[in-house]
Design a protein around this ligand. Sequence first.
Ligand SMILES: Nc1ncnc2c1ncn2[C@@H]1O[C@H](COP(=O)(O)OP(=O)(O)OP(=O)(O)O)[C@@H](O)[C@H]1O
Length: 263
Amino acid sequence: MSYLSLEQIEMVFNTKSGVFHALHDVSLRVEKGEFVSLIGHSGCGKSTVLNIIAGLLKVTAGGVLLENKEVNAPAPERAVVFQNHSLLPWLTVYDNVRLAVDKVFTDKKTKAERHEWTLHQLELVNMLHALEKRPNEISGGMKQRVGIARALAMQPKVLLMDEPFGALDALTRAHLQDSVMEIHANLGNTVIMITHDVDEAVLLSDKIVMMTNGPAATVGEILKVKLPRPRNRLALADNPEYNHYRAEVLRFLYERQKHKAVA
Ligand SMILES: Nc1ncnc2c1ncn2[C@@H]1O[C@H](COP(=O)(O)OP(=O)(O)OP(=O)(O)O)[C@@H](O)[C@H]1O
């Protein structure tokens, strides 16, 4: 049995113009510590899959099992990082993370331990220099760092990320990808990330799940990325194996799935 498994998921939305069959027979196995990317054309159903794992959406049929237990509601064990950070604007960087720490660890850690834990998470994402700043006083990349620290602070079994770097410029994005790789190497967390970026998917993932176009989208192909870690983006640029993986994903997206593409 896998750490996390999606079993024959069907998702049908009731809309004003009738029913919409978004997902059909989506099955997936994720092992503990794996970094998995979901990639597919816009509107195929990636966020729907992520929201189902998060427990934010109820499936029409099928189910999600995490360590053999059925997932059917949101919980800190499945923390989500959204594309547009969802920090509370009136709280400082420190307090945004502390809030999550207090929520999860009030009974398990003393006040002093919760303080240390909060600082430790912010250290992981290199944000100790801005503890007292509010979200409107820091850059987009910094906000995403805080969002990631807040999610990690809950010590989730699975970290879910919905295009976490989508709104960032290329350089900030590269820095943050490196931070996430480092954190993943140190903590060994299980991560599921949505991305539109083929290079990002290959660089970060152990497994790339390529989804077919909707309606009734499903898992088209799964590519296992066996590049050794730690991975270095500059060294990989000329690596034939890296380019092979990249070409495989591009081929799937722009040859096999191009005709039905929504965007
Ligand atoms: N609550 C809802 N009610 C009705 N239809 C929905 C709902 N949520 C999603 N859909 C539809 O399901 C399909 C999949 O949407 P989803 O947001 O999961 O796609 P996506 O692959 O994440 O898209 P993008 O890459 O553009 O973010 C789309 O056609 C969308 O319109």
